[in-house]
Design a protein around this ligand. Structure first.
Ligand SMILES: Cc1ncc(COP(=O)(O)O)c(C=O)c1O
Length: 476
């Protein structure tokens, strides 16, 4: 094995830059400067971790990040090797080239903020290659919009994705590219509901959806959640449109049972109503097979399907999509004419290539593996050390877990104490439109490395212990 200048790598433990990022930076610098040449074998993760005095998972996270960026490759059973630097020129002054000591101009994620992917795992290098290739071979594709529903290549890639991953058989002309799933939900509401109409929304649910519906003059019909998922609209006037999260209820996390799905489809058929399926994070299942979408079950007859790239790829890309049932295509086209198309056109061709080349799926598999490890760490500790404070239901999916509190704790109190200690925790009670007596914490786990999660969990435990001690002193 090539003798490597590992001792040049010193870890600054007090630094704001996470340890895994410091390791990435050092290795990138050595690759870019030519100190590490193509084909060089990297030290085994265990030995390297021992040498640096860090956990092995930190080294694995760093190596995987560099695999994602194209600096290293990994072959099962034979470790990690330095790659040939490809066609994208790496500038020494670019923010992510590893030369500066604070290379990442991304806001450091704060545990336990929800809905956040880990942007440090973004596959910069492969994405840069896709964009560079389009700039060279077909630059017009980045600038010329054409269709109001978006780039046709991307729509074809999305159709293939939905068929393979979500059991939805849609043709590309039914797919409309949007500026994320919230834009998609807004377009649905504008297309199938008018001021004064009743709209069924889950309670608890996604607050921006509730706010937009109200701002549009729609009358909310709140759907309670039980063990089978959202419950059917019960009182009159009945809604003309319901918005559901069947794969993974937001925010509680369960999947809607097949029976309940069928009941909703039958109900929509009987009342001539529409269902919008918000499938915002369905790619993140950590065990078993993905749960097929309701829209596949219904064969896009009464169901409008909404998906997003925000969670799988990047919130910053602001791209999502709607799959529009044939009967509604004219109405959706009219909505886009009246309100304009908000999705950025420029990245669409690159994203299409990224999907058809398979890079997208490699990235998805990688992040899912990392998120799965982070999730396991959080759940193991909650189970072992937090049972006197509350409990959680493991739905094996999603980007956050709800920790339900035992009597005596208030989610607002924990969240506010945790905020003073530097954590961001969303109380479950804030997700209800009506007071449902819910009391829990929403704990996002995806955007934080294991080294970031461990101290954050310690702080959360201190918060609970402090409030519990205060209670017993106060005689409760
Ligand atoms: C349930 C739900 N729907 C929609 C959205 C909006 O996602 P996007 O970023 O794609 O607009 C979110 C974002 O967290 C969400 O949690």
């Amino acid at each position: 094995m090539t003798q490597l200048p590992w001792l040049a790598l010193s870890i600054e433990r007090g630094s704001k830059t996470p340890i895994f990022e410091q390791i990435c930076t050092a290795i990138r610098t050595q690759v870019v400067s030519g100190d590490l040449t193509a084909g060089t074998k990297m030290p085994p993760t265990r030995a390297f971790a021992t040498e640096l005095g860090v956990s092995r998972s930190t080294v694995v996270t760093a190596y995987e990040q560099l695999v994602a960026e194209g600096y290293l490759s990994s072959l099962r059973g034979s470790g990690y090797t330095v790659c040939v630097l490809g066609e994208v020129e790496l500038s020494r002054t670019a923010p992510y080239d590893g030369v500066t000591s604070e290379p990442v101009d991304i806001r450091a994620p704060v545990p336990f903020e929800t809905g956040m992917p880990d942007m440090r795992l973004f596959p910069y290098r492969q994405w840069a290659k896709a964009v560079a290739r389009i700039c060279r071979t077909n630059p017009q594709a980045m600038l010329v919009g054409g269709d109001a529903f978006g780039n046709f290549e991307l729509r074809k890639s999305i159709a293939a994705h939905l068929s393979e991953w979500r059991g939805i058989d849609a043709s590309a002309h039914q797919i409309m590219v949007t500026a994320g799933s919230m834009d998609a939900l807004e377009i649905c509401m504008r297309s199938v509901a008018s001021t004064g109409d009743v709209i069924g929304v889950e309670d608890p649910g996604y607050p921006p959806l509730h706010h937009f519906a109200q701002a549009q003059g729609l009358v909310p019909h709140y759907l309670k959640i039980d063990d089978d998922g959202a419950t059917l609209p019960s009182s009159t006037p009945l809604p003309d449109l319901v918005v559901l999260t069947p794969s993974h209820q937001y925010p509680l996390g369960g999947a809607m049972t097949p029976n309940r799905r069928l009941e909703f489809i039958n109900w929509a058929n009987a009342h001539g109503a529409w269902i919008t399926e918000d499938d915002y994070d369905s790619e993140f299942r950590y065990a078993g097979r993905p749960i097929p979408a309701l829209a596949g079950f219904d064969q896009l007859s009464r169901t409008i399907y909404v998906g997003s790239f925000s969670k799988i790829f990047s919130n910053a890309l602001r791209l999502g999509y709607v799959v529009v049932p044939e009967a509604l295509i004219d109405r959706f086209q009219d909505t886009v004419k009246r309100f304009g198309q908000k999705a950025s056109y420029m990245p669409q061709q690159a994203l299409a290539e990224f999907m058809s080349s398979g890079e997208f799926y490699r990235h998805l598999r990688r992040v899912r593996r990392s998120y799965g490890d982070r999730r396991k760490l959080l759940l193991d500790r909650l189970e072992r050390e937090f049972s006197q404070f509350g409990f959680f239901k493991d739905h094996q999916a999603g980007m956050q877990i709800v920790f339900h509190l035992n009597p005596g704790f208030r989610d607002e109190d924990i969240a506010s104490l945790a905020r003073q200690r530097g954590l961001i925790i969303r109380p479950l009670s804030s997700m209800f439109a009506r007071d449902g007596g819910a009391n829990g914490l929403m704990l996002g786990f995806c955007a934080y490395t294991e080294d970031e999660l461990i101290p954050a969990i310690d702080v959360l435990k201190d918060c609970f212990e402090e409030l519990a001690a205060g209670r017993s002193q106060g005689g409760h």
